[in-house]
Write a protein that binds this ligand. Sequence first.
Ligand code: ATP
Length: 306
Amino acid sequence: MLQLFMPLNFMGMVYREIRQGLTDIERMMEVLDQNPEVADREGAGLLKVDGGTIRFEHVGFSYDPERQILNDVSFEVPAGKMVAIVGPSGAGKSTISRLLLRFYDVTSGRITIDGQDIRDVTQASLRAAMGVVPQDTVLFNDTIFYNIKYGRHDATDDEVFAAAKMAQIDDFVKTLPDGYDTMVGERGLKLSGGEKQRVAIARTILKAPPILILDEATSALDSHTEREIQDALDRVSKDRTAVVIAHRLSTIIHADNILVLDAGRVVEQGTHAELVTRRGLYAGLWARQRQAEKAREELAHALEEA
Ligand code: ATP
């Protein structure tokens, strides 16, 4: 019986290993969200980053010909500055980050980085220059350590720990019995959205790219977690060119420029102070968000007192 059992057990192990490997690859493809239709141009060169100024010039885009998603979108993110993109759901905010990563090609206009059309450089060199903190971070079925080190494979252990500290995840990891060796992912410890996002931030800190794309999570975070994430993001975006896709306006008040997108068009842009006084779409979104926050605080206060 034992003889029969052992090979089966072994097979199970092998099967699990293969499955795990496949899951990692699937996940990686998801992370990269590769679109096979986008190919490197013959003789495409390497992107040369000198500061990382991003320009969208009259960009138009549609996923399918029947429906235009972006119309004549133009803006600049000067080297080292932060530009936030806000607007109602479905306005096309995440589409802008997908185009910048060249998961799709623009239908009209062009996108340049330091003057180079992103279609003229290799996708590998383009993506090497960018760090992405996505809305929903997908973790590999591996340890927390591995998940952070993924940002730069030749990083030393001390660099991994330093990145975790900067991303404000170190204190949390130290409370776990297995610390950095804790398995996470599908069959490991389930991390909260905020914890996963901080692992992604640590990964990005380690990669130290000149350009950052931050796609803020839509889910409401408690104010303590939100402050921790905000701190971590402020540190990682310092002196880098950053594009922030923002859902909570409170996190982008200090952005150098805010683009307000509505139905695929830039309808307003300016600093927070300028936009609030303009009494347009942004001022309306801001007032509504303040009201919702106030109501939440009052409810929390009432519950505390009860
Ligand atoms: P949210 O704030 O809800 O995340 P968003 O402003 O980021 O929204 P996008 O994700 O850019 O919006 O989507 C813009 C429009 O493009 C939406 O109407 C969406 O349905 C459509 N869209 C997004 N991805 C695809 C796709 N892969 N194929 C076809 N249409 C898509």
